[in-house]
Design a protein around this ligand. Structure first.
Ligand code: AGP
Length: 344
């Protein structure tokens, strides 16, 4: 009903605006469940390999976590849940299953297989005692509250917060910087008008690239998925350095290329922007702290670059939202999609 949308045109927009609170509740929830968090960390640290399984948006959160831990020397393998058969796990492995609904069939099947191999299971779901949580040795939760829009928004941001909390504890860092995540999100929401302009421009296109490097790549992938899901625009994400290995062949005048720039590897990204500009692409950037000098750029600032994901995420979601609305699509109920995919 209109009332439960609290004045917002769609649930998706309302849920994007609920992200600051969702992230904050997620962090405080994990602090109150600190014994479970410690058990999860012990399992992750003691295992020979960490296998991260998830689908869709949750996979992108898992990929981000995997990159963070890989950089610390952990043996982490992110696996798309429906591709679980490509890996054989054993008692020395731990599994981290990430799922908003906690019911996704592909994740459930992968998890059952890995559990049968004797691997330890940790889950991160947004629904208390979800089916996936019930299959796990340690149950962790995001506390984003119910999400009605089919496109995951606040739950993704909350997964990022939860995973970054885990990562900070594994590293032995002070995690209190995460208390500022909500303010970083709020400041990004002030750029809603700028995101809308980019979204409306993209809505008129039939293709787009989303490019990132390093930690930015999972967010480029998420930006492209959101656009595909609700705008029905063909958006493809890949590592920016891959352009010259094939994809740049498609780029011609006004082809839209959206760069995600979390504030690392900026020189390399600037080179990739130049490659695209040389082909007369229409370049966009969602940047943190340092500009890429694209045709259109939203420059966000954070004091602590560990918080960059919270700056960028609301913008990629708003761009998708406004591009879908401009096309006359209902972003809450995209065609062909269900909120929870309980079939294989
Ligand atoms: C997200 O916008 C999508 N609707 C979809 O990719 C989703 O993330 C995926 O189906 C996984 O769902 P889950 O997190 O509930 O397991």
């Amino acid at each position: 009903s209109a009332a439960s949308k609290e004045g917002y045109a769609h649930y998706m927009l309302k849920e994007i605006h609920e992200s600051p609170r969702a992230v904050d509740d997620t962090i405080s929830g994990l602090i109150s469940d600190i014994e479970d968090v410690k058990n999860a960390i012990k399992i992750l640290e003691e295992s020979k390999r960490i296998i991260v399984i998830a689908a869709g948006t949750s996979y992108h959160a898992g990929l981000y976590f995997s990159l963070l831990l890989q950089r610390e020397g952990f043996n982490v393998i992110p696996v798309i849940a429906s591709e679980y058969y490509n890996i054989k796990t054993n008692q020395e492995d731990s599994i981290l299953a990430i799922s908003q609904s906690g019911e996704t069939y592909d994740v459930m099947i992968a998890l059952k297989e890995f559990k049968a191999n004797g691997s330890k299971i940790i889950s991160l779901t947004n629904v208390i005692d979800s089916a996936i949580a019930r299959q796990s040795d340690v149950k962790l939760y995001t506390r984003a509250g119910p999400e009605i829009g089919v496109a995951a928004t606040k739950t993704f941001t909350s997964q990022i917060a939860a995973l970054q909390f885990l990562y900070s504890l594994i590293k032995g860092d002070d995690y209190t910087y995460l208390n500022k995540a909500k303010d970083v999100i709020r400041r990004s929401l002030d750029f809603e008008g700028e995101a809308k302009l980019i979204g409306e421009e993209l809505s008129a296109k039939s293709n787009a690239y989303y490019l990132g490097r390093g930690l930015s790549l999972p967010f480029a992938m998420e930006g492209a998925l959101k656009i595909k899901e609700i705008t029905y625009l063909h958006a493809e994400a890949y590592a920016a350095g891959e352009s010259k290995h094939g994809p740049i062949a498609l780029v011609e005048k006004d082809f839209p290329v959206v760069f995600i720039n979390l504030g690392e590897l900026v020189g390399e990204l600037q080179n990739n922007v130049q490659e695209m500009k040389a082909r007369k692409a229409k370049t966009y950037a969602i940047s943190v702290n340092e500009k890429l000098n694209t045709d259109k750029e939203i420059l966000l600032t954070v004091e602590d670059e560990r918080l960059s994901p919270f700056a960028v995420t609301p913008i990629i979601q708003l761009i998708a939202y406004y591009s879908a609305v401009k096309r006359g699509n209902d972003p809450d109920k995209p065609r062909n999609l269900a909120k929870t995919v309980t079939v294989g």
